[in-house]
Write a protein that binds this ligand. Sequence first.
Ligand SMILES: *Cc1c(COP(=O)(O)O)cnc(C)c1O
Length: 507
Amino acid sequence: MILPISGAADCVFIPHFHYIRFLFTCGEGLAKSTILEILENAMLYSSTRGNAPARSLRELLNRGTAEDGGLYAPEAWPELTASELSAMGEQAYDQIASDVLALFGGDDWQQSDFSAGIRKALAGFERSDGPPLHHLEDQLWSMELFHGPTFAFKDYALAPLAEAIDRELTISGKRATVLCATSGDTGAATANAFAGRSQANAVILFPEGRVSDVQRRQMTCLGASNVQAISVRGDFDDCQSIVKSLYQSEAAKEYSYTAVNSINLARILLQTSYYIYASVKIHAECGQSVNFAVPSGNFGNIFAGYIAKQMGAPIGKLIVTSNENDVLPRLFETGMMSKAETIPTISPSMDIQVSSNFERMLWILKGRDGTATRDMQKQLAERSFYELSQSEHSKLTKDFGAMKCGKGDALDTMRQIHEQFGKIICPHSATGYFAADQLKATLDGPIVVTETAHPAKFPTAVEEALGMLPDTPARLEDLFACEEEFVTVSPTVEAVQSVIDGKFGTP
Ligand SMILES: *Cc1c(COP(=O)(O)O)cnc(C)c1O
């Protein structure tokens, strides 16, 4: 919301929580200093494990997990009124993204002026007016989130996040090392967003042989001396757990390790913008709440949709879709989170069995009880499972649905969407279209499939489905002319740290 403050020439954004409603008009109300004081107090984030200092969003830009191993999350969601939401529907997308972050960042954020950088990053996209929304038929819509520099939705968060981190480091005169565990697309987006920056290095860990050629080349062909790609002999969950350990390690201080995985709250909030944008626009056309089918892995993208819903965006159900690695659909069906072996599939960016971001949802289901959340996460780490109570499970399924889509169904769906709409989709997006088709009869209102990647990133799967290759954007073709640079290591914290020491350590 926009609050005009008396005596101030311009307006500031402030959140209004459930328990604090600011109802001032221009020229009235509290003194600016009093309001700023309230703001500073209001804009702190807590750890999901309840045992770390509360921090502002600006502080979280440069942080991975909290000291207690938890993730940062807000105590309450800023709410947008119906008129504020519809105003957002008319705005340029880069403006919405910048405003949403400012809303969560509070005064501290405003004063540091991150907005210009965020707008600059998004304005450089092929489509700066927002991700394209297509009305395919009746209740079926698509939102194409692959028009950024590396052709997956990760760009929508990582390009502006890199600008914000760079600005923060410049203001504070510090350097940082960004650590990134990737199942493919996050690493590509991170490497691109940070390549050539003066204040930050980037270290990308990807599972050996489990990312597509295009994805790997997007991480290894940058020719940027501040980026180190590391191929880890393990799966994504190994990469993720190494990164988590590195944050807690001795070296963390020396290198100022920084997280841009979806455990970084600012990144999730940047993704919230497109759920607000799409739901408001589609709602304006049909007057109904909008459902989303979201190809999921780490539960980051769909959690951003949940935040948009909590802020008041006209959103119905959020449907988690998966490939054979169906840890989330099983959880939604049974209330039991149980880790299995990660199976390599045709949609590698979703080959995950530990959905880190679900910890934020768990914390909310537990009534924001840090101790209870910590106990559950501890059990998951030690015994590979936990179980939600019946009331937690039903609270979860009020907002979410879930659907697994195996290889056969994904390939069939890719063929069907191509035949019906002449549209080539990637194998991740296929799981979303499959779920939309299976569940449409049970949902009220339109369903939007969030297309998470460009089909040209996954040519092998497209060829298997359609017997033809997708058109390759010139930018991807160029990658195949470049020399690759990366090292391969065993899946241990020590092996990765020693690569970092060799590359970026002080001699
Ligand atoms: C990262 C990714 C996903 C999974 O998103 P989460 O935020 O991890 O749930 C799905 N599809 C593609 C193409 C991705 O790159």
